[in-house]
Design a protein around this ligand. Structure first.
Ligand code: ADP
Length: 328
């Protein structure tokens, strides 16, 4: 849809609200044409970052480059970005088609041309049949697709999505995230998606940017961020990891990379405190002699070949290469 997709880059971007520093001099280069998730807990500065890129919030310091151009002083409609809001913000009195065509109306595009373009966008999100409905005659998932079509009609280089799935029920959320991913691949433009859900980020993103306390903790391909967290915060936030203190420092290790052996044959001796059956897997938590809780997750078959119970003494084992040293 778009010509050559430009690079988006944040250069030491800061956002202050009075004395609060919501975003603290962050820099990041977003790969053009990729799906990036901005991930972190509530209040870490994700939405402020997104709103500054969209132009809905002023930048206190720093530059936002799209292509070679600093877009910080441009109005939202002139930036080459478009935002899809969490509550979709549809006009209740306008039909689906007119909601989608609205921004072209504002630009002075004549009725026939703007309706034709809106119809194309509705086809893209599979809503052609519902063009004449009003927003309150649509399901949540359908409203979301209208909001998507309405953002895409401006032909953005970068689509910005602020918690786009949070209003949907869990079943629909999983379906819509697959649709978002497919749409991004079809369009080939950059999607930048804010979420506090690590599952959502892992399912969607080429690249994950983890934020905490107004700064970027770690950024990289989704698999690298999950597999090799650099800080204790990232290891805990991504989930599925243990943080273990050893004489040579703190390390993260995936729970499914920890195995069990006899008490005297492991790297750490521990006593099982909990066994949880999770269907395909079993999760075993054990307390080490040094009072650290470590979780091992294994395929149900492996567990039931040598079942264990709370109170059993075991040895914890792992491959050295699966330990990832943490910086903090
Ligand atoms: P997130 O999207 O990660 O939840 P936000 O960017 O919304 O985080 O908020 C980051 C910080 O900035 C929080 O401490 C929040 O309370 C504060 N903040 C956000 N918006 C405003 C505002 N309009 N006025 C004052 N403080 C704000």
């Amino acid at each position: 849809m778009a010509e050559v997709i430009k690079d988006l880059e944040l250069v030491s971007v800061t956002k202050r609200y009075g004395a609060t520093v919501a975003v603290d001099a962050i820099s990041h280069h977003f790969k053009p044409g990729s799906y990036t998730c901005l991930l972190g807990p509530s209040g870490c500065g994700k939405s402020s970052t997104l709103r500054m890129i969209a132009g809905h919030e002023s930048v206190s310091e720093g530059a936002i480059l799209l292509g070679a151009r600093d877009i910080v002083d441009l109005p939202p409609a002139k930036r080459g970005t478009a935002m899809m809001f969490q509550n979709y913000a549809l006009f209740p009195h306008l039909s689906v088609l007119d909601n989608v065509a609205f921004s072209l109306k504002m630009k002075g595009v004549e009725a026939k041309a703007r309706r034709a373009t809106a119809a194309e966008m509705l086809e893209l999100v599979d809503l052609t049949q519902l063009s004449d409905r009003l927003p309150d005659q649509l399901s949540g998932g359908q409203q979301q697709r209208v909001a998507l079509a309405r953002a895409l009609i401006t032909r953005p280089q970068v689509l910005l999505l602020d918690e786009p799935l949070s209003a949907l029920d869990p079943f629909l959320r999983i379906r819509m995230r697959a649709e978002l991913r497919k749409l991004q691949q079809e369009l080939g433009i950059s999607f930048l998606h804010v979420t506090h859900g690590q599952d959502e980020a892992l399912a969607l993103a080429d690249e994950i940017v983890v934020m905490n306390n107004a700064v970027i903790e770690q950024a990289g391909p989704a698999r690298d961020v999950f597999n090799a967290p650099k800080t204790e915060f990232v290891a805990r936030f991504m989930g599925g990891h243990n943080v273990i203190a050893l004489p040579s420092g703190h390390f993260a290790i995936r729970a499914d990379a920890v195995g069990l052996t006899t008490a005297d044959a492991g790297k750490l001796e521990a006593c099982i405190t909990a066994v949880e059956y999770q269907g395909t897997h079993v999760s075993i938590t054990a307390r080490t002699v040094g009072d650290q809780d470590v979780t091992a997750v294994m395929a149900d078959q492996i567990f039931f070949d040598h079942p264990k119970n709370p109170g059993d003494r075991v040895g914890l084992i792992w491959e050295q290469e699966n330990l990832h040293k943490l910086t903090t």
